[in-house]
Design a protein around this ligand. Sequence first.
Ligand SMILES: CC(=O)SCCNC(=O)CCNC(=O)[C@H](O)C(C)(C)COP(=O)(O)OP(=O)(O)OC[C@H]1O[C@@H](n2cnc3c(N)ncnc32)[C@H](O)[C@@H]1OP(=O)(O)O
Ligand SMILES: CC(=O)C(=O)O
Length: 537
Amino acid sequence: MKERLYLYDTTLRDGQQTPGIDFSVEDKIAIARMLDEFGLDYVEGGYPGANPTDTAFFTEKRTRHARFSAFGMTKRVGVSASNDPGLALLLQSRSDVVCYVAKSSQYQVRVALGCTDEENLDAIRASVEAAIAAGKEAIIDCEHFFDGFKANADYTLACALTAFEAGARWVVLCDTNGGTQPAEVREIVGKVIAAGIPGSHLGIHAHDDTGQAVANSLAAVEAGARQIQGTLNGIGERCGNANLVTLIPTLALKPNYADRFETGITPERLATIAHLSRSFDELLNRAPNAQAPYVGASAFATKAGIHASALAKEPSTYEHVEPESIGNRRKVMVSDQGGKANFIAELKRRGIEVSRDDSRLDTLIAMVKEREAEGYAYEGADASFELLARRTLGTVPDFFSVESFRCMVERRFDVNGQIKTVSEAIVKVVVEGEVRMSVAEGHGPVNALDIALRKDLGRYQSEIEDLELVDYKVRILNGGTEAITRVLIESQDASGARWWTVGVSDNVIDASFQALMDSIVFKLMKNRELAGLVAAE
Ligand SMILES: CC(=O)SCCNC(=O)CCNC(=O)[C@H](O)C(C)(C)COP(=O)(O)OP(=O)(O)OC[C@H]1O[C@@H](n2cnc3c(N)ncnc32)[C@H](O)[C@@H]1OP(=O)(O)O
Ligand SMILES: CC(=O)C(=O)O
């Protein structure tokens, strides 16, 4: 019988303390849903009362499966629990759980709280009792636990024991400043269990200041703790929190944990963790970390020719787990470190057969290298890559060509004296030798250009009616207004297939136009079943 480990997510609370991250209520709702569907046991939504966003977020219960947790500090010294307005907001929130942050270091009690040791113990006891009396599960995050324990173990243990004896379901040992080492965590967790708090009531909350938050969390589990707190992609205060996206696959796939423990994450959910991680970065509007363990785009990528050749014989030669188990994939890349085998494997995946001694293969390899050096990223733009490969192999028909385009943005006063910004575009296309000119207005220049380009494509017009642009991303590749711009566009059609195209230029409109063109050509290819293998995957 395996022991249950409980996963507590604090992306929406400690994650919100990450410099540069500021969730809206809508963001929080979307993230809570992602976490809930994924199968986490607890979702901590924030700190009701600390700011209007968190207060609004807690006016409803935001999870269906996970326990919904409200975070806040223990009652203030000098007021009773029933007269503390901060505590009242926690208790009135629509959470299932209240997770209190409690001082558990004598030094912190003296310096930060400025009260006596007993007053702090009393605040812990009264706060836990108040949550239970309000019908909620009580959790205590013992702040500065490890540092406090090293300085004065008796007082730190007294804080933890007070919470436990008052009825806290979990006593969570926090490495608040993030400097504790795995061996210390292992030893101290063992001592806490020996002092009377069973591991089934102990949790770990680790910060990554020495790059060991995941290692510290695993050390706590090895010593007996059964709840782990962490965040998506390891966001959090300073250097971040324990990364649940690294911890979960480790717990599920590494025999020393998988044979002993189970979590609420099924193998089917585990196979979506790479998607979860990338969707979260998407929501944060930041590039995913390609080298992230398990889920990064490079986690199962190989450039080296020697590796690529062995992988083709047997994947386990260079892989520690199966990439599919976490929703990632093996990637054999083309680079100066790789041979033709790398490229042939990638083309084959896209349904393109090319022989080793075909000179067009050399041309394609050179072109990809050159373009990537200019800023193209085919990794995120499968459809553009497929078009480039098929063009080089001479299998893309000349559906239409663009003779010219012009964009205009005008800021002017309307008849009511209000400032109005108008965007217009004119596109001249040639279809079957006939020039067609279209003019369109749009919300912005790219929108106007998109509408004009798709207004009259002659005999192909009816084929692109169901083409829809669903995402548009701009990345500046080096600073300043003269920077190179990369535009990525995601498109979809009525079949539900989605594909990404890319454009690069020192002009954002031009880069967008390239990506729009590729999207339309890819759609026409797809309609003829000449492309789209990967998009349909
Ligand atoms: C380790 C962690 O990550 S803990 C989580 C930290 N996260 C946050 O602080 C984010 C949200 N916080 C906030 O928005 C604000 O700090 C609030 C709304 C909670 C409080 O704001 P204010 O009342 O203006 O207090 P302020 O932030 O200046 O100081 C914190 C106060 O809480 C007290 N306090 C800190 N921890 C605790 C605790 N565990 N129990 C009781 N009181 C505490 C401090 O002593 C200080 O009291 P003081 O005002 O008498 O000096
Ligand atoms: C509670 C918390 O976030 C910490 O101690 O780090």
